[in-house]
Design a protein around this ligand. Sequence first.
Ligand SMILES: C[S@@+](CC[C@H](N)C(=O)[O-])C[C@H]1O[C@@H](n2cnc3c(N)ncnc32)[C@H](O)[C@@H]1O
Length: 321
Amino acid sequence: MTPESTAEAVDEQLRDEVWDRLQARVLSARWFYDRRGSELFERITRLPEYYPTRTELAILERHASEWMRQLRPGALVELGAGSARKTRVLLDALEVERPGAVYVPLDVSADFLRATAEQLRSEYPSLRIEPEVADLTRALRLHPHGEPPTLFALLGSTLGNFPPPAAVEVLRHIRDAMVEGDTFLLGADLRPSEGKSVEELEAAYNDAAGVTAEFNLNMLAVLNERVGTNFDPTLFLHHAFYDARHGWIEMHLVTPQGCTVRVPGRGSVALEPGASLRTEISAKYDRRVLVELFEAAGLEMEHWVTDERGRYAMAFAHRLD
Ligand SMILES: C[S@@+](CC[C@H](N)C(=O)[O-])C[C@H]1O[C@@H](n2cnc3c(N)ncnc32)[C@H](O)[C@@H]1O
């Protein structure tokens, strides 16, 4: 296949996927992220209501030096790295323990990744920064990076954006990229408990400034740009709530009056008044659920740390052979 025909095939596949997902009223969270989507997500992480980022950062600040001293990784591969803001805490400790180590930020959002890598190169001259553009929902074929062992990190509760069967697949892809001696570090937002009410959890997805709503609506602009759909974002409203039965937050775009959406080359989908497109789930965990997910993916949990209120956890695992 020529590069052009490959690109055409990808476009066709994407159109098919958008067409199928529109009928099912379930869009894909990976369509949030163009440059603007990545920037909006960064703004979300700084909102007063959005406790997960601050809480994960606090856990990292407390433990990063000790973890890096124990693990001494020759490479740190960060999956879904985004702006790598929190990672700087890990990188500061890595620089001390293993100067010359490699940092591999990996993301689907290529533009944002490039900008992150440039920035980090100037901040960490003693580390090698080797970005990888990859999709976690596919097998990870990574270039070789640095000396062993490798620390793979999936932070920001990104795993929660994949419904349980897909989450196991993502974990399995990570596990398959690991060799003996490597470690996996996961940051995971936890289910409501004594230390966290449902209201506090839901407020994190319904901020007063409306940034999460903007982020959610940006998916329609991404699809208009990439697939040529004709979504009118002004006809949609942001809606997010906790589903206790599944243990996840659902984010939707609701069209109160209804509308018709055209998918070039496929046809039109009529959305009835009140139709709701699910754009994201954000699964919340507890220790038992995570141990089970890890085991299903061939990973064994070895260590578990939470903040003092039990709102957020960081779990370490190694590969089970
Ligand atoms: C929730 S953000 C977390 C960003 C950062 N790790 C943090 O903790 O703030 C999710 C990140 O994962 C990336 N991402 C989403 N789906 C992905 C996929 N299928 N493969 C690779 N990266 C993905 C997004 O581009 C985004 O940068």
